[in-house]
Design a binder for this molecule. Structure first.
Ligand code: SAH
Length: 399
C-alpha cells in the first residue's frame, strides 16, 4: 500500500482523529496510488497515524477511513460502518419509525463523502469524494441489505464533486425501473405528508435536518400570523398550519419549489388551506416591501440557503444574514418570535449570534435568545469533527 509521510509537527489533528489531511501537511509520497485508493499516513518519524482515501485533486488530500492500524478497508469495513450508522439511529427513540431519515451522515458516521437518506422504502445515496465513489457498489449493496429497502437511487450531483475531479452520477443502483418510480414518493413527518422529489429536489430531495425545528414551529405557531421565508416545499409552513397558526405567508424565489408546496398542501386536506398564502419573490425585496406596506407578523422563519459555503465567503455572507434578519425583526409585532437559521459551515454559532445581535440593534428592537436550535439527531456531530455542525439557529423573542 502506498503511504504519505507528513512534515514535522503536522500529525496533531490526525492524532485527535480529525479525518481530514490537507495537502500542505504532506512531506512526501511513497509508492503509487490512483484517485480513491486507500493509503497509509505516517508521521515524519514513521509512526502510523491513519488510513484513508487519496484525493489527488482536492486540497483535502486524504479523508481518513480508520485510525486503527489493524483495520483493513475492504468490503467488511463498509458493512461494519453502515451497520454502526444504522444502530446509532436505533438508539434514539425519536428517530425510530421516521419515514424520512438520514442513515449516514458522512464524516460524522465515520464514512467521509457518504450521505444516505431513507424516504420510505427508497434509499438515496450521495457520494461526494473520490474515495467514497470507488466503493459505490459495496455501499449500495450493504445499504440495500441492511435496511431491507426496495430501492437505492444515487444522487451524486452535488457541486463539491468537481473539487474531487468527479463528474455527476445519478441513477438507480438497486430496484425500480430505470429512471422512474411508479408514484411520487411521499413521507409523513410529525403528522404532515410531504412529497420528496429524489430526482430533482434539493440535496437528496428534502431538508431532513430541519425535521425537529419544523415540529418546534408547530408548537409555537398557535394563533400567530407566520411569515416563512425561503419556504422550499413548505415544510415549516405545513407545520405552522398544523400548529394552529392564524395565517401563514410563504415566500420562495423558485417556482418549482412553490409548486411542490402547493402539491404538499393538497396531500394534507386536514390542514386549513384558506389560512395559507404563498408568493414567488426574492426574500430580500419582499421583506422590504412588506415593511413599506406596514405589514406585521407574530413569527418569522428565516431558513436561507448556504450563503457561506466556507470561511472565505464569511464576510459577504454576514452582510446577507444581517440584511434579512434586520428586515425580519422590523416586521415583528411586540412579543413576536424570530426563528432564524444559518446552514453555512463558514459561519459559526458565535458569529451568527453576533450578526443577529447587530441586526436587532440596527432595527432598534430589544430582543433575547430564548432557544438555540440545531440539526436533528440523525445529523450527528462527531466530537472529533466540529465542522459537522453546519446548521445553527436561534429563537429570538422581541419586546
Ligand atoms: N426551509 C426549507 C428549506 C429551505 S432551502 C425546508 O424546511 O424544507 C432554501 C430555499 O431558499 C430554496 O427553496 C431556494 O429556492 C430559496 N431561495 C434562495 N435564494 C432565495 C431568495 N433570494 N429569495 C427567495 N428564496 C430564495
Amino acid at each position: 500500500m502506498a503511504c504519505l509521510i507528513l512534515k514535522p509537527d503536522r500529525e496533531k489533528s490526525l492524532l485527535r482523529q480529525h479525518p481530514w489531511l490537507f495537502a500542505g501537511a504532506i512531506e512526501r509520497f511513497e509508492g503509487r496510488a490512483r484517485p480513491g485508493d486507500t493509503v497509509d499516513i505516517l508521521a515524519c518519524d514513521g509512526r502510523w497515524l491513519a488510513r484513508g482515501a487519496y484525493s489527488p485533486e482536492s486540497q483535502i488530500r486524504v479523508r481518513a477511513w480508520t485510525f486503527d492500524e489493524h483495520e483493513p478497508v475492504d468490503h467488511a469495513f463498509f458493512k461494519r460502518r453502515i451497520a454502526a450508522s444504522l444502530a446509532r439511529r436505533q438508539a434514539l427513540p425519536e428517530l425510530v419509525g421516521q419515514q424520512g431519515l438520514r442513515l449516514i451522515h458522512a464524516e460524522s458516521d465515520g464514512l467521509p463523502g457518504v450521505v444516505a437518506d431513507r424516504y420510505g422504502d427508497t434509499v438515496v445515496l450521495q457520494l461526494t469524494s473520490v474515495g467514497a465513489d470507488k466503493w459505490r457498489a459495496a455501499i449500495a449493496e450493504y445499504l440495500h441489505q441492511a435496511t431491507g429497502c426496495a430501492r437505492v437511487y444515487e444522487r451524486s450531483d452535488a457541486g463539491v464533486r468537481a473539487m474531487e475531479g468527479l463528474p455527476a452520477a445519478t441513477g438507480w443502483l438497486h430496484g425500480a425501473a430505470p429512471g422512474s418510480l411508479d408514484a411520487p414518493l411521499v413521507i409523513e413527518e410529525y403528522g404532515v405528508r410531504m412529497q420528496v422529489d429524489i430526482f430533482a429536489g434539493h440535496k437528496t430531495g428534502f431538508y431532513l435536518d430541519q425535521r425537529d425545528n419544523r415540529r418546534r414551529l408547530a408548537q409555537l405557531a398557535r394563533d400567530r400570523r407566520v411569515l416563512n421565508c425561503f419556504c422550499y416545499s413548505g415544510g415549516f409552513s405545513l407545520q405552522a398550519l398544523a400548529g394552529g397558526a392564524r395565517e401563514v405567508v410563504s415566500i420562495d424565489s423558485s417556482a418549482p419549489a412553490l409548486a411542490m408546496f402547493e402539491h404538499n398542501l393538497a396531500l394534507n386536506p386536514q390542514l386549513p388551506h384558506e389560512r395559507s398564502a404563498s408568493r414567488e419573490a426574492d426574500v430580500f425585496t419582499a421583506l422590504r416591501e412588506l415593511h413599506q406596506a406596514g405589514e406585521r407578523f407574530d413569527l418569522v422563519v428565516l431558513d436561507p440557503p448556504k450563503f457561506a459555503p466556507s470561511a472565505k465567503h464569511a464576510e459577504r455572507a454576514a452582510r446577507a444574514y444581517k440584511d434579512i434578519n434586520l428586515a425580519a425583526l422590523r416586521l415583528l409585532s411586540p412579543g413576536g418570535l424570530l426563528m432564524t437559521y444559518s446552514c453555512s459551515g463558514g459561519i459559526g454559532l458565535e458569529l451568527f449570534q453576533s450578526i443577529v445581535a447587530g441586526a436587532a440593534r440596527d432595527a432598534g428592537r430589544s430582543a433575547r435568545i430564548v432557544e438555540r436550535l440545531f440539526g436533528a439527531a440523525d445529523h450527528p456531530v462527531d466530537l472529533t469533527f466540529p465542522e459537522g455542525e453546519y446548521l445553527k439557529g436561534l429563537l429570538v423573542l422581541v419586546d
